[in-house]
Write a protein that binds this ligand. Structure first.
Ligand code: NAP
Length: 302
């Protein structure tokens, strides 16, 4: 009998995400097993427990998924899992805490595509503002956009100190150059909007971070993407399925990308990452950088 494809899901949270479980089964895993409440220090022992029992063919049919809510913790877990591998017993690993890596990859690839298509520009040198940028998705997006050469500001509605902690955390872990920004009052938000060329709505679901009136102050805006699928829209005027649809803003040239348009790409990217693990002859280690490469290919084909 052929050995089944088994995915071990490690998470520091109390539960694994049902979304991730569905995605793993739909991609082809035949058993998906959760390990919850794990600390960064525990994952090495769990990794070695998972890799030794199945022989060379079983190793190729075994994978590890790293979940949770925190992209810094996911980074540390990936590091410890990788160090715990033993030659000839390496298994593939994919980190996507809170879906943040695949979602951010899909959003930034879609933004990059619209910048190129509508304006003949890349991300390099662009002014990117993340409203609600301190969460897992915003943090991952900040890393990707700054790695592509954009000037990235991560804004917090609590204030500058909170934004600074978030920016410094991702910069230290992922070698990024995100800057902190304050969005705790209307004046601060409007100042950020005034020179934003790319505006990303990554705040918690159901919160509007830029109104239609405020968008009139966006004099440089080229592309805006909104991840909030729960009404009202995070960025007013962007419909869920918009992908490069004109957006009324002060610049007169802006286009919008909606949450379901990003979600559609994200779904394909996550499926694609699991598929790579399932088909790989040698162990692969996948994070948001791999997700971004794949997202760029998917977006280009749209
Ligand atoms: N389309 C997709 O495929 C997809 C996939 C995953 C997630 N999402 C969506 O992407 C967004 C980001 O996800 P996430 O998990 O990173 O979000 P999150 O952690 O729930 O929230 C992100 C940030 O929102 C800020 N925030 C909280 N309350 C706020 C308020 N009242 N006003 C303004 N900002 C507020 C918080 O930062 P501060 O407290 O520092 O301001 C928080 O760090 C969510 O809307 C989520 O639903 C979409």
């Amino acid at each position: 009998m052929e050995k089944p494809y088994i995915l071990h899901m490690f998470t520091p949270s109390k539960n694994v995400s049902p979304f991730d479980v569905n995605m793993a089964y739909d991609a082809g895993y035949q058993a998906v097993v959760p390990y919850t409440d794990l600390s960064v220090d525990q994952v090495a022992a769990y990794t070695q427990d998972a890799i030794f029992s199945r022989g060379p063919t079983g190793v190729r049919r075994t994978g590890i998924f790293l979940g949770g809510r925190d992209i810094g913790v996911a980074y540390d877990m990936m590091d410890n899992v990788r160090k715990a591998m033993v030659q000839h017993f390496e298994v593939s690993v994919f980190a996507d805490p809170s879906g943040a890596f695949t979602t951010a990859a899909a959003m930034i690839a879609a933004v990059e595509h619209q910048l190129k298509k509508q304006f003949g520009l890349g991300l390099e040198g662009r002014n990117v503002v993340l409203l609600g940028g301190t969460g897992p998705v915003g943090s991952a997006a900040a890393v990707l956009a700054s790695s592509a050469g954009a000037r990235v500001r991560v804004a917090s509605h609590v204030g500058l100190a909170r934004a600074r902690i978030a920016a410094e955390t991702v910069n230290a872990r992922y070698n990024a150059t995100a800057e902190p920004a304050d969005m705790s009052d209307v004046k601060s938000i409007n100042a950020l909007l005034a020179d934003a060329e790319v505006l990303l709505g990554t705040a918690k679901a159901g919160v509007q971070v830029a109104s239609a009136e405020q968008l009139q102050g966006c004099l440089q805006l080229k592309v805006a993407a909104d991840l909030n699928a729960v009404p009202p829209a995070g960025i007013a005027g962007i419909a869920l399925t918009d992908h490069g649809v004109p957006l009324p803003a002060g610049s007169g040239v802006a286009v919008g990308i909606g949450a379901l348009a990003v979600g559609n790409i994200k779904y394909q990217v996550m499926h694609g990452m699991f598929d790579r693990m399932l088909k790989a002859d040698r162990a692969v280690y996948l994070d948001f950088r791999d997700a971004f490469i794949y997202a760029r290919e998917k977006v280009a084909a749209i």
